[in-house]
Design a protein around this ligand. Structure first.
Ligand SMILES: NC(=O)c1ccc[n+]([C@@H]2O[C@H](COP(=O)([O-])OP(=O)(O)OC[C@H]3O[C@@H](n4cnc5c(N)ncnc54)[C@H](OP(=O)(O)O)[C@@H]3O)[C@@H](O)[C@H]2O)c1
Length: 231
């Protein structure tokens, strides 16, 4: 029976942009991902989200982690998911973990601050030279129109040699990078599921229309959107 092309060939268009040398002048490549329901939610009102994408989407997320230098999440994702943000489902290294927590309100008892790979806690106040938060290094970043200044976040990471950046969620973080034109690529997995309400995938002030290519990920559909980054 024809099995179709091997996975490495089938997925090449998805991962080749991450494997190539970044074309942007600053040598960085910024990609965001989200898994959403058909009606555009990434979590229930209570913040549960682990089951939205299927196993192939989860493996895809771990593959993106393994190909990136850093994985970035907003404070609400840490608060509700308590993720480890490591690469476990595919071979490859774990990225540096970066948490956006403007006022440094998260406690140090989350998994990401307790053990595992290098972690940076980015905040606009409550930092200071050499401060630590559990096992994480605290780094102060100026404020911007959307929480912390996104250009300053990317410059901070690039100065540490972190140039391939995955914005893993949640919706506010992905939406803010999108609004700031700070993404080279957006991957949205759409699951065959209606939720009827919850946390929206992205919050934007203006409508945006894209060109996309689509890929099957098990029962889910992955939408791959190339973007023009201006930050
Ligand atoms: N389905 C999926 O793919 C997926 C993926 C990840 C997460 N999730 C779900 O998403 C939910 C959380 O998402 P969310 O949209 O509510 O919040 P979020 O994006 O996880 O966190 C947003 C918070 O991050 C902080 N932040 C600081 N600077 C920021 C900046 N420049 N840009 C963006 N955020 C900045 C802000 O909090 P401060 O003011 O406190 O700094 C902001 O309110 C959880 O329920 C989680 O389970 C789903």
């Amino acid at each position: 029976m024809d099995q179709g092309p091997p996975e490495t060939t089938r997925f090449a268009p998805l991962y080749d942009p991450l494997l190539a040398m970044p074309a942007a002048a600053d040598g960085c490549f910024i990609i965001a991902r989200a898994a959403q329901s058909l009606d555009g939610y990434i979590a229930t009102k209570d913040g549960e989200s682990c089951w939205i994408g299927g196993p192939e989407d989860l493996a895809h997320t771990h593959r993106l982690r393994s190909l990136c230098d850093a994985v970035v999440v907003g404070s609400a994702t840490v608060r509700s998911d308590n993720p480890r943000l490591t690469t476990r489902l595919v071979p490859g290294p774990s990225p540096v973990r970066v948490v956006l927590d403007t006022e440094r309100r998260l406690g140090p008892h989350y998994q990401v601050f307790e053990s595992g790979p290098e972690t940076l806690l980015l905040c606009a106040s409550g930092g200071g030279g050499g401060a630590v938060h559990g096992t994480a290094e605290v780094v102060t970043v100026p404020r911007g129109p959307f929480g912390m200044d996104i250009g300053a976040i990317l410059a901070t990471l690039a100065a540490r040699g972190l140039r391939r950046i995955l914005i893993e969620g949640g919706g506010i973080a992905v939406g803010n990078f999108l609004r700031a034109d700070a993404l080279d690529r957006l991957h949205v997995t759409v699951a065959p599921l209606l939720m009827g309400g919850g946390i929206p995938a992205v919050r934007l002030a203006d409508a945006k229309r894209f060109v996309w290519t689509t890929h099957r990920l098990g029962d889910d559909l992955l939408v791959d959107i190339p973007l023009v980054r201006r930050v």
